[in-house]
Write a new protein. Structure first.
Length: 227
């Protein structure tokens, strides 16, 4: 038998070689597309909750006010820096309640993953408060408050009355700037947003974020930190 290849055999061999190169090119393209897709899909989404604390984006050396720690049972501590220059009435009211031990043993009764956690109601259902209400420190109520409701900001809850805020507060989990100008933001989380995120992940929320009493995370204490 001759070892020389016929013309047809040579043509077939070239076709096979060409097909092999095409397949290798196709595989390379698929791999490249897959890598690019992985990179794109794993980029952080600024609209979704992340892990940074609000204090990481704020020059806290320019914020005048006390620091407080919220200790949540089974979860850990949330530390905040309050801004008494932006919302002096709100900060004074909150710190006064803290020093009176008002918040100790209360709960987070309203939790909405991707939005916020709300607490500070002695009734635990969103209808309670302390004995006094305060002026709402926000622009639609005639007060210039520069704090935006970004992730990690603490703000006061209220009813339709702009001056109805009392003891209930909320911590923003994801940027909610649509609240700007209508709610009194008064400080920033400097450490512990992972606690907020875990609470949002763990707790089953009902209608409008309502949480069953037995499932409400307990605020063991809120304390004013020593400077």
């Amino acid at each position: 038998m001759s070892n020389k290849l016929s013309k047809n055999q040579k043509k077939n061999q070239k076709k096979k070689s060409g097909m092999g190169m095409i397949w290798l090119s196709a595989i390379a393209v698929v791999l490249i597309v897959g890598i690019l897709a992985f990179v794109v899909l794993n980029q952080p989404n600024e609209d979704e909750p992340g892990t940074a604390d609000a204090g990481a984006e704020v020059d806290l050396s320019e914020v005048s006010g006390p620091s407080v720690t919220i200790s949540v049972k089974d979860y850990g501590d949330i530390r905040l820096k309050l801004d008494e220059e932006a919302a002096p009435i709100t900060v004074e009211n909150f710190v006064g309640l803290v020093k009176d031990g008002f918040y100790d043993g209360l709960t987070f009764h309203r939790i909405m993953d991707g939005f916020m956690i709300q607490g500070g109601d002695p009734l635990g259902n969103g209808t309670g408060g302390s004995d006094e209400t305060i002026k709402g420190e926000f622009s639609s109520n005639g007060v210039d408050n520069p704090i935006s409701h970004k992730r990690g900001v603490i703000s006061m809850a209220r009813s339709n009355d702009p001056d109805s805020a009392s003891s209930q507060f909320f911590i923003v989990q994801a940027d909610s700037t649509f609240l700007d100008g209508d709610y009194a933001a008064f400080g920033y989380v400097t450490d512990g947003m992972d606690v907020v995120d875990q609470i949002c992940e763990d707790i089953e929320e009902g209608e409008n974020g309502a949480v069953e009493p037995e499932d409400q995370p307990v605020i063991e204490s809120i304390t004013v930190d020593e400077e």
